[in-house]
Design a binder for this molecule. Structure first.
Ligand code: NAP
Length: 498
């Protein structure tokens, strides 16, 4: 190993949870030339965007926290969105991350040329980098339903990820909600509890796993501050439960699967008294096929007199409201679209151009895939965080990002040690990885007869089908045999020697 390390420039796209994490990790590794390009004027990604009533994280708070920055002050077992945003703002402040961020910089093009990434933004600024990390998140482009007449509606209409807080929702209002996913399950009870008359338009019922949230008393917070081991214990026990129960339940482990199934079925049976309402809320696919919704408020709220579950199917939307397939007009003042996201956009719509002018649309025209979810052939020195096949059931994406961050740094370290100038995966390695993942997917609940955002256009779930432990083990060291490394013009990087 050379005693003089080269010093790379790194551009990170996105200042959400993963982008912030990468700045901290890279600096810790001794890399200082870091620029984060953030399209908005604020950090936070998904937690900045999603401010709908009831927004919370369904992963226990102490687990949905950076391992190096525990938070003894979480107010709830499942943290609320606003508090998570505050947590990230606190981390950014404490670790002085902001000095690396350029706000209001939307990346339009990123092109790899002669050992360098040339990154252009909407403001016509150009940034150069030895490495580019896309920390653009998974669910950040709201999906609007393709329903006839959507734009004819004359009342207030917005997507849950673009909540309009100027619209007062109260007793006098008739509110329609399209969608019954994780977001809707959190928002609908809040709308119903506001006293508004709420019509929920359900296309497909969901399985709900009951888990009561609890608030943390000031006395308990003081204790957590005094005894950090308590925070560690909370974190460890949450990780243990998610790893050995939830993740296993949806990846083909018989006992956990049966237990989850029984809990969800019992939850529905015990929570919904009315037989016909229960029938409407009963899914016809196996538990875990769609992302399991962890929720204790939806069933209670939907039984209130000001709530209506509508399952007739939407025919079209008019200026006044929604017409269902039975010909009935449901008049509305407010229409909330809780219709999810485009999960396969990743870094797009940016023009990502690799070797030989290869555009990402072309690279992914057949299938969206990445070696170890992060590396793409023909895109040297490029890493996509939380890429395809990263999500692991209901596990914490923060924990996944930390593992990916360490993996990236191990590769960059080899560049710093002058082992190579360019690194990318072998095409055979990405195929082998894909086959390996596909083999595991057969036994999972995600192929259990439902439509969900987990599935790509071939019907293959873009998730990790094995255990969390296996993922961590396999990501512990980059398998350099799977990668192509090369040196380019020797002079080019001379000036980068520290
Ligand atoms: P989602 O799970 O994709 O749900 C979208 C909903 O909209 C579904 O009920 C879907 O029905 C319905 N829908 C879509 N198009 C429709 C149309 N044209 N007509 C009628 N209904 C339509 O989206 P989401 O609820 O926003 O959740 C997405 C993901 O975000 C979650 O799975 C989770 O990973 C994440 N999330 C996490 C949390 C958390 O607590 N950590 C909270 C919220 C969201 P079908 O089922 O019939 O397609």
């Amino acid at each position: 190993m050379s005693s003089i390390l080269r010093s790379p420039s790194v551009v990170i796209i996105g200042a959400g949870m993963t982008g912030i994490l990468m700045v901290i990790k890279l600096r810790k590794a001794g890399i200082t030339d870091i620029t984060v390009l953030e399209k908005k004027d604020k950090i936070g990604g998904t937690w900045r965007e999603n401010t709908y009533p009831g927004v919370a994280c369904d992963v226990p708070a102490h687990m949905y926290t950076y391992s190096f920055e525990p938070n003894p002050n979480w107010s709830n077992f499942f943290a609320r969105g606003g508090e998570i945003q505050q947590y990230f703002e606190h981390v950014v402040e404490k670790y002085d991350v902001k000095r690396s961020i350029r706000f209001n910089e939307t990346v339009t093009d990123a092109r790899y040329k002669e050992g360098q990434w040339i990154i252009e933004t909407e403001k016509n600024k150009t940034y150069l980098a030895d490495f580019m990390v896309c920390a653009t998140g998974i669910l950040h482009h709201p999906a609007f339903p393709d329903i006839e007449g959507l734009n004819d509606f004359k009342g207030e209409m917005f997507h849950t990820a673009q909540w309009n807080h100027d619209v007062d929702i109260n007793q006098g209002k008739r509110v329609g909600v399209i969608g019954t996913g994780s977001t809707a399950a959190q928002a609908i009870p809040e709308l119903i509890n506001s006293g508004a008359d709420v019509s929920v338009f359900q296309r497909t019922p969901q399985w709900l796993m009951p888990m009561r949230d609890f608030s943390v008393s000031e006395k308990m917070k003081k204790r957590m501050n005094k005894y950090p081991s308590l925070v560690k214990l909370m974190r460890k026990s949450s990780i243990f439960t998610m790893e050995h129960f939830f993740t296993k339940a949806v990846t083909g482990h018989f006992f956990q699967k049966k237990l989850l199934e029984s809990l969800c079925k019992m939850n529905l049976r015990l929570s919904i008294k009315d037989r016909s309402l229960r029938d409407k809320l009963t899914p016809n696919y196996q538990v875990g096929c769609k992302r399991v919704i962890i929720n204790k408020t939806f069933y209670k709220a939907i039984q209130k007199p000001n709530a209506h579950l509508i399952t007739e199917g939407i025919e079209r939307i008019t200026d006044k409201g929604i017409i269902t397939q039975d010909g009935k007009l449901h008049e509305l003042d407010v229409l909330v679209l809780s219709t999810g996201f485009h999960p396969f956009n990743f870094m797009r719509p940016m023009n990502l151009i690799g070797r030989e002018e290869l555009h990402i649309e072309e690279a992914w025209s057949d299938k969206i895939k990445a070696y170890r979810s992060m590396l793409l052939p023909n895109y040297p020195n490029f890493f996509l965080m939380l890429g395809p096949n990263t999500p692991i059931g209901n596990f914490s994406v923060i924990a996944m990002s930390e593992v990916q961050g360490d993996y990236i740094i191990k590769i960059i370290d080899k560049w710093r040690e002058n082992e190579f100038d360019e690194v990318e995966p072998k095409p055979s390695a990405i195929e082998a990885f894909n086959d390996y993942v596909k083999k595991g997917l057969k036994g999972t609940s995600w192929v259990g007869g439902c439509q969900s955002w987990y599935l790509d256009k071939d019907g293959d779930p873009v998730l990790w089908p094995y255990t969390w432990g296996r993922w961590v083990d396999e990501m512990a060291e980059p398998q350099m045999n799977d990668l192509i490394t090369s040196k380019i013009d020797a002079k080019k990087h001379d000036n980068k020697a520290a």
